[in-house]
Ligand binder design. Structure first.
Ligand code: ADP
Ligand code: MG
Length: 207
């Protein structure tokens, strides 16, 4: 992936989160405070405003700018979580003009580890991690099998989608949804859904 590809990915994410803002907010109204869609849309519209500045920047600078922009514009848990994810992802790209398939998998790993470091959640707690962790496992397996970047990211996206759907029966034990206790069961996690959109957009750009 080049810096041009990263920009296309970010554009796609901004579009998809804008188109799905009310869907994400609807999911968050069931088990949260009905702001996940507006949070993500606000954050990525602020990122969009920086596209002219970062279009020609190196990949690490692009991803770092996304991270700092999300931290400063998104209120709520998702701002610091995704902000840290993009900041960690940017570290993988330092001094690289292009990302190899292995680098892209390392970027997904750093992204996930940023969320784990910031939110202290683990798989099965009904969060973003339930989409991102299976996605990373699928990406690693596809990389080891020698598949192309398009296939690696497609496998990651499919695994994220399955992980997202698998949050429905889970009991939330982190974040606002955990305040609902048993009543969090039966609803799809909004953050796992936005994580799937982010990975699906990556797969679309790599296809
Ligand atoms: P808030 O909960 O502050 O209103 P958002 O609605 O924007 O923030 O984001 C909610 C999402 O954040 C949840 O659906 C969940 O996926 C994610 N989340 C919350 N807490 C954590 C955590 N500790 N670790 C990982 N993800 C979390
Ligand atoms: Mg919320």
């Amino acid at each position: 992936m080049t810096n041009e590809d990263i920009l296309h990915w970010l554009e796609r994410v901004a579009d998809v989160l804008h188109e799905n803002a009310s869907y994400l907010t609807q999911l968050d109204s069931a088990i949260g405070d009905a702001d996940h869609g507006s949070n993500m849309d606000r954050g990525f519209q602020a990122v969009r405003a920086k596209f002219p500045i970062i279009a020609a920047a190196d990949i690490a600078t692009q991803l770092k700018t996304v991270g700092t922009t999300l931290v400063s514009t998104v209120g709520g848990a998702s701002g610091p979580l995704y902000g840290t994810a993009f900041l960690r992802a940017s570290a993988v790209a330092i001094n690289k003009q292009e990302l190899s398939s292995a680098d892209v998998v390392a970027m997904i790993e750093a992204f996930l580890n940023g969320i784990i470091a910031r939110g202290k959640a683990h798989a099965g707690e009904k969060t973003m991690i339930d989409a991102l962790q299976p996605a990373l496992e699928a990406a690693k397996q596809a990389l080891n099998e020698g598949l192309s970047l398009a296939e690696i990211t497609a496998h990651a996206s499919s695994a994220a989608e399955e992980g997202m759907k698998a949050t429905i029966p889970l009991l939330a034990t982190k974040g606002r949804a955990s305040y609902l206790g048993e009543r969090s069961i039966g609803h799809q996690d909004p953050g796992a859904t936005s994580s799937w959109f982010i990975l699906r957009s990556l797969a679309e750009v790599c296809a």
